[in-house]
Design a protein around this ligand. Structure first.
Ligand SMILES: Cc1ncc(C[n+]2csc(CCOP(=O)(O)OP(=O)(O)O)c2C)c(N)n1
Ligand SMILES: [Mg+2]
Length: 643
């Protein structure tokens, strides 16, 4: 306590730092377009000695309503126990993404491994630009008993802890050594979480002794606050320049990214493209920006794109990126745009993205910019022939998808192809249901084949493409949207990485439908390995054989039984009819269900002509590698710097 007496006019309340944190969380709201909502829909946690008697005690007090001083929480923040800290962050990301970043969850973890388990989740949130509040516990501020259990000691600095690893992964990072610092840390985190250009993981480290320490907090810290999520308007000159460039285009193309969806600009996009006749390719996060059957929708673009989008992209002279960060999958590792004179117009709230590919930056909210561009392009349209070509390409791709969905290969081979499984999910899912995925061969197949009918239907985490996101991320979606069915599509590898949050789904009565595809290994990386000359090395789940290599029999694991053991009803499907029936059963049920299906590791996906830069060894004694290297060097020749 400071020796200087405090200002007697400032009303204070004596609380622990943890009690102050929880009280603050209950008083935060966000608002956009006149709609206001509680910002923190809940807190996920796993307690250990680092947070059990600090944040844990404060959450208990909040749940009991034992606040003593008559303070009425403006909103209740539900506490949920998770099973793995990384998974809890994934669930928070799933929740916030489903809520278009207008709401999120906070996550509390114990000191040391509990906190460092959240690092992957922090990176995932920041890369995908999704707000999550992380509250890792930290080592004693007072150092009275250092080193404490789970403390990493650094000889060069005693103020360094494991939590410093959050710094490069967070959009906001603070460690609160003294209670007086808490207000600025909380307000700083809120500023970043509610800023569409800056958002990502906000991390506030709370030393375990400080969590339990009391201070006379100014009462005004806990007043109800409404954070308006900004819609930055474009500069007039930027719109004028963009409109002039677009008017000069012969073959313009929109690349729609996640920003279109988060900004709820899908109607504005439709109006814009219908007025101008500019067709739309979509990134992974942008899928859903326009309905799959809109005549100007070209579907997925880039490495896992459609022939429709990639054919138009190859010729496009003006590419209008909207809310996209142009990842390598979107640009086919900078091979998708082959017109030598191609120019870019980039609508983005973040300057980082707005200037990419030497683009003309329109730094603004997607909806605001689309409305301004529609007005500025009055009277402009691409020729009818261009519109018709887009519609024709759309229909041609849809016919390809149809063939893959109904190939009948499963019946022929006695083992379903992955595309047949996606087709069955597509058939059973309602327009508003959500399909969730993150890693493996499913994201690529879903990207090019899923028929998005609603802006929030397609939820593939492909910024970090993190195996293990699927189940907790899907649970986050289910918590955010209990009025929609959530189909979590997950491969065996990703399932094994992080299945345990299914227990949390049972606990929270969060209904999910897990479609578990068992192909005994990595179809994705296996195919990648083969194409790149590495002969599928180490990509199958096999026992060690007599030769000493991992080439023996299949592992006798029963993943369906594993799901069942976690409290989830499981249906096994062998044929397409059985699969459709099981999915319908799962949809009709009020409970979570897993539909387990064995699929072919060598399933084929349609080829949309996209490329992805994955380097092949320059020298090798293996013929397979040398052949792949020759192919790779040829492909590299089509890559452009776009400077
Ligand atoms: C955490 C993590 N580790 C490694 C990878 C690299 N990786 C991408 S896909 C994949 C295999 C996924 O296997 P599975 O879920 O069975 O899907 P399949 O490839 O069989 O479709 C791996 C290892 C990753 N994306 N995330
Ligand atoms: Mg697999």
């Amino acid at each position: 306590m400071s020796a200087v007496p405090p200002n007697p006019a400032v009303q204070t309340v004596r609380l622990t730092v943890s009690q102050a944190v929880v009280r603050f969380l209950q008083a935060q709201f966000s608002e956009r377009d006149g709609v206001r909502q509680q910002f923190f829909g809940g807190v996920f946690g796993i307690f250990g000695h680092g947070n059990v008697a600090g944040v844990g005690q404060a959450l208990l007090e909040a749940e009991e309503g034992a606040l003593g001083d008559g303070w009425e929480p403006p909103a209740q923040v539900r506490y949920m126990t998770g099973r793995n800290e990384q998974a809890m962050v994934h669930a928070a990301v799933g929740y916030a993404r489903q809520k278009d970043r207008l709401q999120t969850l906070a996550v509390t973890a114990s000191v040391g491994p509990g906190s460092s388990n959240m690092l992957t989740g922090a990176a995932l949130a920041t890369i995908n630009r999704i707000p999550v509040l992380l509250l890792p516990a930290d080592v004693f501020a007072t150092r009275v008993a250092s080193p404490v259990l789970q403390e990493l000691e650094q000889p060069y600095g005693y103020d360094v802890s494991v939590n410093d690893a959050f710094r490069p992964l967070s959009k906001f990072f603070d460690r609160v050594w003294r209670p007086e610092q808490l207000p600025s840390a909380l307000l700083g985190a809120m500023r970043v979480l509610t800023d569409p250009a800056e958002t990502g993981a906000a991390t506030i480290c709370l030393p375990e002794d400080l969590q339990a320490e009391a201070w006379d907090f100014p009462v005004e810290l806990f007043r109800e606050r409404t954070w308006r999520i900004a819609r930055p308007v474009p500069e007039k000159v930027a719109i004028a320049e963009a409109a002039e460039l677009i008017r000069s285009a012969k073959a313009p193309l929109v690349v729609a990214g996640g920003g279109v969806v988060y900004s709820q600009a899908t109607e504005a996009l439709r109006t814009f493209v219908e007025a101008t006749g500019i067709p739309v390719g979509q990134s992974q996060a942008g899928k859903g920006a326009i309905r799959y059957d809109h005549p100007l929708s070209l579907g997925a673009i880039g490495s896992t794109g459609t022939t429709a989008a990639n054919e138009i992209a190859a010729e496009a002279d003006v590419v209008i990126g909207i809310g996209t960060r142009y990842s390598d999958f979107t640009t086919g590792s900078r091979t998708a745009f082959q017109n030598p004179d191609v120019r870019f117009v980039n609508v983005n709230v973040a300057s980082l993205d707005a200037v990419k590919h030497a683009g003309l930056p329109v730094q603004a909210d997607a909806r605001e910019a689309l409305e301004a561009l529609t007005a500025a392009l009055e009277g402009f349209s691409t020729p009818d022939a261009y519109r018709e070509r887009a519609a024709r390409l759309n229909r041609a791709w849809d016919a390809v998808v149809d063939r893959f969905f109904h190939s009948g290969i499963g019946e022929e081979k006695g083992l379903l192809a992955q595309a047949e499984v996606i087709g069955a999910v597509d058939e059973v899912a309602d327009d508003r249901d959500v399909v969730v995925c993150a890693a493996g061969s499913l994201p690529g197949d879903l990207h090019c084949m899923w028929r998005s009918r609603d802006p929030k239907q397609y939820h593939v985490e492909y910024g970090y493409s993190c195996m293990g996101y699927e189940i907790p991320g899907g649970i986050g979606v289910a918590l955010a949207a209990p009025d929609r069915d959530v189909f979590i599509t997950v491969g065996d590898g990703s399932y094994l990485m992080m299945p345990t949050e299914l227990v949390t789904a049972v606990q929270e009565d969060a209904k999910v439908i897990v479609v578990l595809l068992q192909n005994h290994g990595f179809a994705s990386i296996g195919a990648l390995s083969e194409q790149h000359g590495s002969q599928r090395f180490g990509t199958k789940y096999r026992k060690r054989s007599e030769s000493g290599r991992l080439e023996g029999g299949k592992l006798p694991v029963d993943l369906a039984a594993n799901v069942e053991s976690l409290g989830i009803r499981t249906l096994r499907a062998g044929t397409r009819e059985e699969l459709v029936a099981a999915l319908q059963d799962a949809k009709a049920s009020a409970e979570s269900t897993c539909v387990y299906v064995e699929t072919d590791l060598y399933s084929e996906a349609p080829d949309g002509g996209g490329w992805w830069d994955v380097p092949v060894s320059e020298v090798s004694h293996l013929e397979s590698t040398r052949t792949a290297r020759t192919w790779y060097e040829g492909e590299k020749r089509t890559q452009r710097p776009l400077l």
